[in-house]
Ligand binder design. Structure first.
Ligand SMILES: Cc1cc2nc3c(=O)[nH]c(=O)nc-3n(C[C@H](O)[C@H](O)[C@H](O)COP(=O)(O)OP(=O)(O)OC[C@H]3O[C@@H](n4cnc5c(N)ncnc54)[C@H](O)[C@@H]3O)c2cc1C
Ligand code: FES
Length: 344
């Protein structure tokens, strides 16, 4: 992964709690990315280094700037810092691009469904813009859920895109708390399994379809299960999650642990309290272990356990590629009171 220092060219307000930061492409070494990928923004806040991934909301064939769109998370350290502190002209250290939530052309008449809620629209918006501008034979269905019209990120821009690509881009909006909703503006409620089945079966036209889901686990499971019931192949369903919620039951067997790290030629011993990921325990002690996604997808925090054992919890996807002594520290919790870990 490459590192860049990017200057902020523009900041746009999207909704009350969401902004888009437009970074200027570097003059010499331009960042080459694909729609649907993300980059990791790094900030020093109160003396500690924080890394957070943000999906591109720009599309490489359409936008000249590198845009990310950030929604404020209540009490969130980095999102609040971004919304409160950053300004045009600031420079930000970033790493990337990363991610395989990308468009893979599989047939001449692509039939693409984008399923998202809330800030999950960012990579979907990037994909929609990119595919519409570069694949004239593509048909895209965007199904997008929000609480209110006013909290819907990119609402105007999506409707403009729909006007521009009338026969290629079909948009269905859901609003879970918009009581006075005009029928033509969307549906009241959440994206339901029956809606997923009806939409896909009524528009299949005999073509294989590809599905991109971005939102919380509940949305991913509802959409994915309905698609599998329609015999859509699992390999045609891609998903991205912004946050992993852990079921407390999964923490059974997790222990307090003394953790010995071998990192950057140093040996450091720290206390890892029960219930905290090894990555977070290390960061609390200012050990600057590399990390980005914190959902078990990017591999930045991969390490080897030399003594003791860990339990991986909350991975957003199964990881059969890891050796038995390899762990992703962002999703790893000690199950022995002593651990020796070598950070690669
Ligand atoms: C691949 C990927 C792409 C992402 N792209 C985007 C994007 O385009 N736009 C965007 O706004 N965010 C995106 N995120 C989420 C982003 O990286 C941060 O996790 C988010 O901004 C919160 O960081 P924070 O430091 O403010 O909160 P933290 O200080 O890390 O967390 C504070 C509290 O908020 C909870 N929390 C953390 N993240 C979320 C969340 N997303 N929603 C609700 N609660 C949360 C935590 O569990 C914790 O309790 C993406 C995440 C991933 C993994
Ligand atoms: S930070 Fe991405 S896998 Fe751990």
């Amino acid at each position: 992964m490459e590192q860049y220092t990017l200057a902020i060219q523009d900041i746009r307000n999207e909704t009350d709690d969401t902004i888009t930061i437009c970074f200027k492409q570097p003059g010499l070494r331009k960042m080459k990315y694909q729609a649907g990928q993300y980059m990791t923004l790094i900030f020093k806040i109160n003396g500690r280094r924080y890394s957070r991934p943000y999906s591109f909301s720009s599309a490489p064939s359409v936008d000249s700037t590198l845009d990310v769109t950030v929604k404020r998370v209540p009490k969130g350290i980095v999102s609040n810092y971004i919304l409160n502190e950053i300004k045009v002209g600031d420079v930000v250290e970033v790493v990337g691009p990363t991610g395989d939530f990308i468009y893979l052309p599989v047939n001449v008449n692509p039939r693409i469904y984008l399923w998202g809620v809330g800030s999950g629209i960012t990579p979907l918006f990037s994909l929609a813009k990119e595919i519409l501008s570069s694949q004239p034979s593509a048909k895209i269905h965007l199904v997008y859920g929000n609480k209110y019209k006013v909290s819907t990120i990119f609402l105007e821009k999506i409707l403009e895109l729909q006007k521009k690509y009338k026969s290629e881009f079909n948009v269905t909006l859901f609003f879970s708390q918009e009581l006075s909703l005009d029928e033509k503006d969307g549906f009241y409620g959440r994206i339901s399994s029956s809606f997923v089945s009806d939409l896909v079966s009524n528009n299949s036209e005999g073509e294989e379809s590809q599905h991109y889901i971005c939102g919380p686990k509940g949305l991913k499971e509802a959409v994915k299960n309905s698609l599998l019931e329609l015999s859509i192949s699992e390999s045609a369903i891609y998903s991205e999650e912004f946050q992993i919620l852990i079921d407390p039951k999964e923490l059974d067997g997790v222990k307090d642990s003394m953790i010995n790290f071998y990192f950057n030629g140093d040996q450091v011993k720290i206390f890892g309290p029960k219930g905290k990921s090894v990555l977070n325990s290390a960061l609390d002690h200012n050990l600057e272990i590399p990390y980005s996604c914190q959902t078990g997808i990017c591999n930045s925090c991969k390490a080897t356990v030399v003594k003791g054992n860990l339990k991986m919890i909350g991975l957003s996807q199964e990881r059969k590629d890891l050796n038995t002594d390899e762990f992703l520290l962002c999703c790893s919790y000690p199950i022995t009171n002593e651990l020796v870990i070598k950070v690669n």
